[in-house]
Design a protein around this ligand. Structure first.
Ligand SMILES: NC(=O)c1c(N)nc(OC2CCCC2)nc1O[C@@H]1CCC[C@@H]1O
Length: 328
């Protein structure tokens, strides 16, 4: 047994250090050296070891703090209501296990809301009496970066809402594929390094200290959440999206309320086939219990909601340069 523990300890230390290095590349430099699926699989192995050997867990393990590091050049923003991440599953079998477990624990669940998982950077927008007063990155979930001036350059972000409400809205900032290809072409011509994918391009463009650079990058947004549900009239996730649209936000119209697993799988198949036709990058599907009060009852862990899950697509080859594909 001792021998085996030494092996596990060695693997644990190596995994921890490797994942910490990858996190710095991904969250601080926006230049990961490995694909997301490689990161995800090693992260899950680290979680497996920690589940089997909790005595090995150390404070500095990547599992003990939520993602992103904070860049020093920006003011900090405290997310009084934490910006959660999402648990991941990598197969339809794992997905139905998650849904079945949730249905067994909460038989009153009637509907789920399926949404495309936009592959961008999570942001939070604070409005007072309908006026945008602050915008920030998710950061590590409790502390983000103040990027208000950068976000004000993005057309899809309303500076003034249709109603004078005080509300904090959260969503994804992304770079459309067409903007990504143009940017990389331009950077290549200028002899600059190209971005590996639209997500890194969006992150690198948002976390600019010079908002004129952000303004040139043609970023966009899809909003999908609020910090405090009491700010809303609606009682459901799909109703929340419609309310955000009425307030003036860009929301992704592909969401679908479903009532059984077959329809979830149909939705997944439908968008797996059409992924390349979308004008923006997605890396999976988010399935959320649709009733907001029930979401509160089901609750969250420190890092993720227990009422939602992200089904992640298998990795596709990253297109950094496209010759002849027309997008709608
Ligand atoms: N990327 C997305 O399109 C997306 C989404 N459509 N919906 C959620 O709902 C989460 C947010 C907090 C509780 C559930 N999260 C998303 O992305 C998350 C945000 C932070 C990490 C993931 O990117």
């Amino acid at each position: 047994m001792a021998e085996q523990n030494t092996d596990v300890q060695t693997e644990y230390n190596q995994l921890k250090n490797q994942i910490k290095q990858w996190s710095i590349e991904y969250y601080q430099n926006d230049k990961p050296s490995v694909e997301d699926n490689v990161y995800d699989q090693n992260y899950r192995r680290l979680q497996e070891i920690e589940e089997a050997h909790p005595e090995l867990i150390t404070e500095d393990s990547p599992t003990q703090n939520v993602g992103g590091q904070i860049l020093s050049g920006f003011n900090k923003v405290n997310h009084d209501i934490p910006m959660l991440s999402l648990g991941d599953v990598f197969s339809e079998e794992e997905l139905s296990d998650f849904i079945n477990r949730l249905n067994n624990n909460y038989p009153q669940i009637k509907q789920y809301n399926c949404e495309l998982k936009i592959d961008g950077l999570a942001i939070s927008l604070r409005y007072e009496d309908g006026i945008l007063v602050q915008g920030s990155t998710r950061g590590n979930g409790t502390i983000g970066e103040d990027i208000t001036t950068n976000l004000k350059t993005i057309e899809s972000i309303p500076q003034k809402l249709t109603r004078p409400v005080t509300i904090e809205v959260r969503g994804e900032c992304y770079m459309p594929k067409a903007s990504f290809v143009k940017l990389n072409d331009q950077r290549e011509k200028n002899g600059e390094s190209v971005f590996a994918n639209p997500r890194n391009a969006a992150a690198g463009s948002l976390r600019q200290l010079d908002s004129k650079v952000t303004a040139e990058r043609k970023l966009s947004t899809f909003m999908y959440n609020v910090a405090d549900y009491n700010d809303l009239e609606t009682t459901t996730q799909d109703g929340l999206l419609e309310e955000l649209k009425d307030l003036g936000f860009a929301i992704n119209p592909t969401y679908r309320v479903i009532e059984n697993m077959d329809d979830v799988n149909d939705y997944i198949q439908y968008y797996t086939q059409r992924r390349d036709e979308l004008s923006y990058g997605i890396d999976g599907i988010v399935i959320k219990e649709n009733d907001l009060a029930l979401q509160e009852e089901i609750g969250t862990t420190v890092k993720v909601p227990k009422w939602a899950i992200a089904y992640k697509f298998p990795p596709e080859e990253v297109k950094t340069k496209l010759i002849d594909i027309e997008w709608t």
